[in-house]
Write a protein of this length. Structure first.
Length: 426
């Protein structure tokens, strides 16, 4: 990979270190605010913690303003996804088995996304909304039972993980008995930078951990592929098994990669938005009270602020296809361009008082589901539905729920809460 003939200076504010991503969000916000104000396009050394570090990797351009994130996202002919979309590189076999059409470009991306998106249309989401609502009620039933008589627990395990896990694997048709282990494998796949996670599992090598997670996802996925070929059902796996692109069926490898992608994207992002938002509501009782005054009427704008404030996906990258410019900086063909969504969602040129958790914020053009363009999150309506249903249950049926200090995952990819104590202490 090459960069500009006169390689730019490395920015003094370091976005590449794992230490930076282990800091509280407020500290990261201060760094991003300075970059937005003074150097909205900046050059940085390669990120730490890569599964496959390369001496030939010169670094990346950081894109931190809302406007520029949208520009890069929507200009897929200038900034491609087919050379990888994660902040850090990984072995090709891991990329191929995990990123599916997320790391594809047109025309194949367009065709494969069309097949998959049939499961996420407004009509299909409406069809499963009753099941989501019932699952949300059951989760809160179990939460209240678990925390009765002064007991405490982990909000992530008891609530935040439960709804997205069940929703996504129900859509795919994965058996109930496999869903816990599948969700655990998906969690591990995005946690290989966190030494505490690896130590708890008795693992030392991040590549080995990623390989183990993949095996634990792909094994059940291939079993499900064979089962649906023999016995088609009304689920997404049946759609994938029977689909054709350019007259050819999807390969088992392509179906498996999508299963892995959906396991991560469908589980992690909604789960972490739930966890962050219940804490924000506790910290902002005025906003909680405002929402409760008209729960049905105010839940839609509230959900948008949940996503903006949580920014559950921290980064995605693109690769410049040809020489171009961003705010006067020459971007060479082959340069990595990383979008920082957490920063875009705090851009004071777009959001008034962006640090404030304001459930009435309108408009709220956050980039929590991406900056638009062909890779905009196709599961956004499903995520919004889950958030509406679980918070309707929590706010009306568990008014005394109290959460404690969260333990955060050290990650430059997802804004993940590992654990967060909870009780009904009032």
């Amino acid at each position: 990979m090459t960069t500009t003939a006169d390689e730019p200076d490395i920015d003094p504010l370091d976005l590449s270190s794992l230490d930076f991503w282990g800091r509280p969000m407020t500290e990261r916000d201060a760094t991003f605010a300075e970059l937005r104000r003074e150097r909205p396009i900046s050059w940085h050394r390669p990120p730490e913690g890569m599964l496959m570090p390369s001496a030939d990797d010169p670094g990346f351009w950081a894109v931190v303003r809302h406007e520029d994130i949208g520009y890069v996202s929507k200009n897929a002919k200038l900034f491609c996804s087919g050379q990888g979309v994660q902040f850090q590189d990984a072995p090709p076999e891991i990329l191929e088995a995990t990123q599916s059409f997320l790391a594809m470009d047109a025309p194949r991306h367009t065709k494969l996304r069309k097949i998959v998106s049939a499961a996420f249309t407004p009509k299909q989401v409406a069809r499963v909304e009753d099941r989501i609502a019932q699952r949300a009620r059951t989760i809160v039933d179990q939460l209240l039972d678990r925390l009765s008589d002064g007991a405490d627990g982990d909000f992530v395990q008891l609530v935040a993980k439960q709804l997205p896990r069940g929703t996504i694997y129900d859509l795919m048709g994965a058996p109930e008995e496999h869903q816990d282990s599948l969700a655990e494998a998906a969690d591990l796949l995005v946690a290989t930078n966190d030494p505490d996670v690896l130590e708890n599992l008795g693992l030392e090598d991040p590549i080995a951990a990623a390989g183990q997670a993949l095996m634990n996802l792909l094994g059940p996925a291939m079993e499900l592929v064979e089962a649906r070929r023999k016995d088609p059902r009304d689920d997404l796996m049946t759609n994938l098994v029977s689909a054709e692109v350019d007259g050819e069926s999807l390969t088992d490898q392509e179906i498996g990669a999508f299963f892995v992608l959906l396991s991560v994207a469908g589980n992690d992002t909604t789960r972490n938005t739930i966890a962050h938002s219940v804490l924000r509501l506790q910290e902002n009782p005025d906003q909680r009270a405002w929402l409760l005054e008209d729960l049905d009427g105010r839940m839609h704008p509230a959900v948008e602020e949940f996503v903006r404030h949580a920014s559950p996906v921290l980064t995605f990258r693109r690769t410049a296809v040809e020489d171009t410019e961003l705010r006067g900086h020459r971007i060479a063909a082959g340069d990595k361009v990383v979008m920082f969504y957490e920063s875009g969602n705090r851009d004071d040129e777009v959001f008034t008082d962006p640090q404030r958790f304001d459930l009435s914020r309108d408009p709220n053009p956050h980039v929590g589901f991406g900056g638009g363009g062909p890779h905009f999150c196709m599961g956004n309506m499903l995520a919004r539905t889950q958030l509406r249903q679980i918070f309707a249950q929590l706010l009306t049926r568990a008014p005394g729920l109290t959460v404690g200090r969260p333990e955060m995952l050290r990650s430059n990819f997802v804004h993940a809460v590992k654990t967060m104590p909870c009780s009904l202490g009032g």
